[in-house]
Design a protein around this ligand. Structure first.
Ligand code: HEM
Length: 469
């Protein structure tokens, strides 16, 4: 058993893959006193996350640990406080707001591109993971708390990221000790949560002082205007940072790596972006279908939320197996997204799978990417990520802005970094790519895209039958 715990701690993705391969789509983990199932059959996944969502709740160790940082915020809450909180936060993520959000995203990307303008023609090798963390921090600060709070965003996000990592570190201890035991991790966690409380109290007090006026359409303003008490507003602010910062940064980092590994796909993206101006948020899939497909495919290979869990509050049936109340279900998007039964040649980065014209594409016909139980980067069912639309816009616009006039390529001696599965999926030791200026027109002239046709020709004739955002 101790060896089993060590394997989970040291290489959780490898452990999940090995378990799935050896024992099949519904496997019981040897956990004392609890039935814990690894659920990998799409029909069972749908039961747990969607049709049986009233039975399968978030009353799990994973979310209880998270709640030490976020309180009963939207992500961790496991009881009937969830629905009113979801309703209070929803307006901040409304489609109509996404255009304003795109502007903030363009400004954040513009700052990075501004720095890149001083690069020589050979470019430079940069840690794009650090860059992704920085640019997504900028975005979250601008969109959740408005610019007047920019200077506290840094402190808030730092304390939140630290607290979330400590929670995961604690969960990985072979013999977890209760939170009151003064281990170094518990002490650091308590300090990080105290910092969070203080920063949030200050932020909320400052905003109240200035008046919860109609001019503030950021999340903070909307939560205060919805009449939520300060404690609940604090929980949601921290939740949005936990859920919305590192996730997007992780996705951006891996996407840049995949595009550096596949220059043809990158050139096609650049040609598509250059053939359009600033695209309104709601038109992104139609106007930039390849760029959106790149995002979808990257989220398939590297889903930042690589595992989710639920607990059965009543007996249920999964497959042909009766499961007792109290059963824990572990669902791993990482596993589902790499299942060869659903995804032929699953390890290959092929955005064409998400081309709306591609047969069997998850975005063809009337299907959307939220309809499949074997593709769930944002979850499934009522607890689907509230930031899904926001993130897809953010990733698409960031890629478009960053790669319009710059290329990423593999530095000499390149080896893919190990994937650390922690809060999200992160490259161990960072991810260093060469960033090079790329004169407008160069890619269009010299490069062939993924299908072998010149990139500009592909961009000029994009697939047009898209339905999903
Ligand atoms: C690429 C980026 C993102 C990924 C991959 C992602 C992934 C997920 C997943 C898998 C869930 C479901 C968890 C479960 O069912 O147990 C979730 C829920 C959630 N996400 Fe995201 N997320 C992303 C970005 C964001 C952003 C930008 C925000 C907000 C600013 C956000 C806020 C939330 C919240 C509040 C929930 C809980 C929703 C509820 O239960 O009602 N996420 N996310």
């Amino acid at each position: 058993m101790a060896r089993g715990f060590a394997a989970i701690r040291d290489n959780p993705l490898g452990f999940l893959e090995d378990t799935r391969r050896r024992y099949g789509a519904l496997v019981a983990f040897p956990v004392p006193r609890t039935t814990a199932l690894l659920v990998s059959d799409p029909a069972d996944v749908r039961r747990v996350l969607q049709s049986g969502a009233r039975t399968w709740t978030k009353a799990t160790v994973q979310y209880a640990a998270l709640a030490r940082v976020t309180g009963p915020g939207l992500l961790a809450v496991a009881d009937d406080r969830w629905l009113p909180r979801r309703r209070a936060a929803q307006p901040a993520f409304h489609h109509a707001r996404l255009d304003a959000v795109s502007e903030s995203i363009r400004s954040a990307a513009g700052r990075v591109v501004g720095e890149w303008r001083s690069l020589s023609a050979d470019g430079a090798v940069l840690d794009v993971d650090a860059l992704a963390m920085r640019v997504t921090l900028d975005v979250i600060g601008r969109t959740l708390f408005d610019e007047d709070l920019a200077e506290v965003t840094d402190a808030l996000v730092h304390a939140t990221d630290e607290a979330a990592e400590l929670v995961v570190a604690q969960g990985r201890q072979v013999v977890p000790l209760p939170s009151w035991v003064p281990t170094p991790v518990n002490r650091r966690l308590r300090r990080a949560v105290r910092d969070l409380d203080r920063i949030c109290r200050e932020v909320i007090a400052r905003r109240r002082l200035r008046g919860v006026g109609a001019s503030h359409h950021d999340l903070l303003g909307l939560l205060l205007a919805a009449g939520l008490p300060d404690d609940a507003v604090r929980d949601e602010l921290v939740t949005m940072v936990v859920a919305g910062h590192e996730t997007v940064a992780s996705a951006l980092t891996w996407t840049l790596m995949l595009l550096a590994e596949q220059p043809g796909h990158q050139d096609r993206l650049r040609a598509e972006v250059r053939a359009t101006g600033d695209v309104p948020a709601l038109q992104l899939r139609r106007e930039l279908p390849w760029t959106r497909a790149v995002v979808d495919e990257s989220l398939r290979l590297f889903p930042p939320g690589w595992v989710v869990s639920r607990r059965a509050m009543a007996p249920d049936v999964l497959g042909d197996r009766a499961v007792p109340a109290g059963t824990i279900a572990i669902v791993s998007p990482w596993l589902l997204h790499r299942d060869p039964a659903a995804w032929p040649d699953p390890e290959t980065f092929d955005p064409g799978r998400f081309d709306p014209g591609h047969p069997g594409s998850p975005v063809s016909g009337t299907a959307t990417t939220t309809a499949r139980a074997d593709y769930l980067p944002f979850g499934l069912g009522p607890r689907l990520c509230i930031g899904r639309g926001f993130s897809l816009v953010e990733l698409t616009v960031l890629l478009a802005e960053l790669l319009r006039d710059h290329a990423v390529s593999l530095p000499q001696g390149w080896r893919r970094p190990e994937v650390d599965a922690f809060v999200t999926l992160r490259p161990r030791g960072g991810l260093r790519l060469r960033v090079t200026p790329c004169a407008p027109g160069a890619a269009d002239r010299s490069q062939a895209g993924a299908t072998g046709r010149p990139a500009a020709a592909q961009a000029a004739n994009p697939p047009t039958t898209s339905v999903a955002r």
